[in-house]
Design a protein around this ligand. Structure first.
Ligand code: DP6
Length: 325
């Protein structure tokens, strides 16, 4: 119906990470990044603009949201209202198929879905480029979740050009990302805060930016060639360098916990035994393992020795946003 829309957006996992902003208000990153959109984790968001509302009403997994989380969504809706030139409040109903704030990038799927649903419900007709640009204002990583498959977020030269660009949308490669949910608690240091402290204080930040450029160039070559070893190695190194920024920041902090280290060691161990896999990790303790299909069964067998089966989630390349209403 009019004033209403519902959108599904999937999360993405960055293989070359975004970790720092050049412009905080506009969420323009210091570097370009590249991710893989996943099938298993997604957010469904329904937005209805209603004349009778005196404020936005945010409902998350059936419960009313207040405080900072609600404010972030209202701020985003303000951008949408300004674009449409309409002063009308919305009911936002969101359900997540992602463990929130456990480093599985729920803000990526969340703001991608919200950008799609809110813009359509208010009557804006945005194309995917415009949606990606809008999603970025909610959360940087959401820029990439508009598209499926491998997606590059080009840093660009300002608001207009800092957008997601599909690199390979239809992934013709039997690869998986295995997430090990070691900890479901909310993160203590949000990515927004963490990347700011890293950028402002880590002595390695200049080097990080340089190496991200190189990683991006090389990982694109590796992905095109279906060179799993090269892609995995670049992703793992890039993730570790990101975490080195947190360890070298002032004040120092880390997203690693004991179980994260356990998974990393296991991955190294498996590689030595010929089961090729690589890990990546974001702003939370959960580790994600990249693996090709022919090694998936052996990897899962090994993981099951140390972790409950329900904590091991196998994801594959997933699609871009979809309008459900
Ligand atoms: C480690 O997109 O959550 O997942 O733009 O401040 O909302 P904000 O940050 P966010 O940061 C994601 C960081 C990361 C790496 C990545 O997804 O590229």
């Amino acid at each position: 119906s009019q004033n209403n829309s519902k959108v599904r957006a999937h999360t993405n996992i960055a293989l070359v990470k975004y970790w720092g902003k050049e412009n905080e208000a506009l969420k323009i990153p210091t570097t370009s990044s590249l991710s893989l959109t996943l099938d298993k984790f997604y957010t469904d968001t329904e937005v209805t603009f209603k004349n009778e509302l005196a404020a936005d009403q945010i409902i998350f997994n059936g419960e009313a949201v207040k405080g900072n989380k609600a404010k972030r969504i209202t701020n985003f809706l303000n951008i949408v209202r300004e674009m449409a030139g309409k002063n009308i409040f919305a009911e936002v109903k969101t359900s997540n198929n992602v463990p929130t704030a456990a480093g599985l990038a729920s803000s990526a799927s969340g703001f991608a879905a919200l950008a799609g649903a809110a813009s359509k419900a208010i009557g804006l007709k945005l194309n995917k480029k415009e949606l990606s640009r809008l999603a970025r204002r909610g959360s940087g990583s959401a820029t990439r979740s508009i598209y499926g498959g491998f997606v590059e977020w080009q840093k660009g030269f300002g608001d207009q050009t800092s957008i997601g660009v599909p690199f390979i949308e239809k992934v013709d490669w039997n690869i998986h990302i295995v997430a090990i949910l070691v900890n479901k608690s909310e993160k203590e240091m949000t990515s927004t805060q963490g990347m700011k402290i890293s950028k402002d204080t880590s002595p390695y930040y200049v080097e990080w930016k340089k190496l991200c450029k190189r990683d991006l160039k090389n990982i694109k070559i590796a992905i095109k060639a279906h060179d799993f070893s090269r892609m995995g190695k670049i992703a793992e190194e890039n993730a570790m360098r990101m975490h080195a920024l947190t360890l070298s920041a002032d004040p120092d902090f880390t997203y690693f916990d004991a179980d994260s280290l356990k998974v990393m060691k296991l991955v190294h161990n498996l590689r030595q035994r010929g089961i090729e896999c690589y890990f990546t990790m974001d702003a939370g303790p959960n580790v994600k393992i990249l693996v090709e299909d022919h090694n998936l069964v052996s990897l899962k067998q090994e993981l099951k020795k140390d972790f409950d089966e329900d904590k091991i989630i196998v994801a594959s390349p997933g699609p871009g946003i979809k309008y459900l209403k």
